[in-house]
Design a protein around this ligand. Structure first.
Ligand code: HEM
Length: 231
């Protein structure tokens, strides 16, 4: 389990740095939209502020996010965790609001528009819930919302991995891109939901408070109980 979590953390870091690196090169060094479908490029040229704000905010969230799950950093440098957390949520706010705008203009019609819009709305909502929980001192709840939130941030990575896969399989971009607006994030959210699942109650105890020993959730109440990801 420990190795699985360490592997998961490494995937998070490599995926996040890889996609943020792509975005930095493609939008800071090359003309806007030069790496995407010509129709998308035309939209980006017309909505330069929205797409660049989306990418800048989202990139910040993607780069900061993994650091927030490092247990040692949170324990030894709580102030750093708080400052990075605020910057992360600012990135989500800017990236999410601009993402909502871009969702209305996305390539792929109504399927893509609704998929991306729901992703943006959930991204903003889970971020707000995480912030409110932290402010109220409900730390366990804060961690659960942040796991869900980062699972959505990570949609940027899964989307690009899926893009590569469908392209390698020879599908036409037009046929699969709208589907990616959904499958890039729904599975991520399901994994996050599994990671934050509550421990199973033992029916035999009167108060129902004892976790079942055989249950994996009992052994590991959340993703954050791992050394690399724990609080
Ligand atoms: C999680 C919430 C997110 C939503 C709702 C979202 C939404 C969108 C939408 C609707 C577009 C336009 C797509 C089109 O024109 O068809 C877009 C483009 C883009 N987004 Fe996001 N996005 C999110 C997260 C991220 C993250 C975390 C990054 C990280 C850098 C990112 C980077 C980009 C880039 C670089 C583009 C331009 C297209 C490309 O070059 O691949 N997005 N996003």
């Amino acid at each position: 389990m420990l190795m699985l979590r360490t592997a998961l953390f490494i995937v998070l870091v490599l995926g996040s740095v890889g996609v943020a690196g792509y975005a930095a090169v493609a939008y800071a060094l090359l003309p806007v939209g030069s790496t995407v479908h010509p129709q998308m490029q035309a939209v980006y040229e017309q909505h330069r502020v929205a797409i660049l704000a989306h990418i800048a905010g989202s990139m910040a969230a993607l780069l900061i996010g993994p650091a927030q799950f490092i247990s040692g950093l949170r324990a030894r440098q709580p102030r750093v965790h708080r400052v990075l957390g605020r910057l992360y949520l600012l990135g989500v706010l800017v990236g999410g609001v601009a993402g909502l705008r871009m969702a209305m203009l996305a390539f792929g019609g109504i399927v893509a528009h609704t998929g991306f819009a729901l992703l943006a709305a959930l991204w903003l909502w889970t971020g707000a819930r995480a912030l409110l929980a932290a402010r109220a001192g409900r730390i366990a709840e804060h961690r659960r919302w942040m796991i869900r939130n980062f699972a959505l941030t990570f949609a940027a990575v899964t989307l690009r991995a899926q893009l590569g896969l469908f392209a390698a399989l020879g599908f036409a971009f037009e046929s699969y891109y709208p589907v990616l607006a959904w499958i890039s994030w729904v599975p991520n959210l399901m994994v996050a939901q599994w990671l934050v699942r509550p421990p199973r109650r033992c029916a035999a105890t009167p108060a129902g408070l004892m976790p079942t020993p055989a249950s994996p959730a009992a052994a590991s109440p959340s993703l954050l109980s791992s050394p690399s990801l724990e609080r």
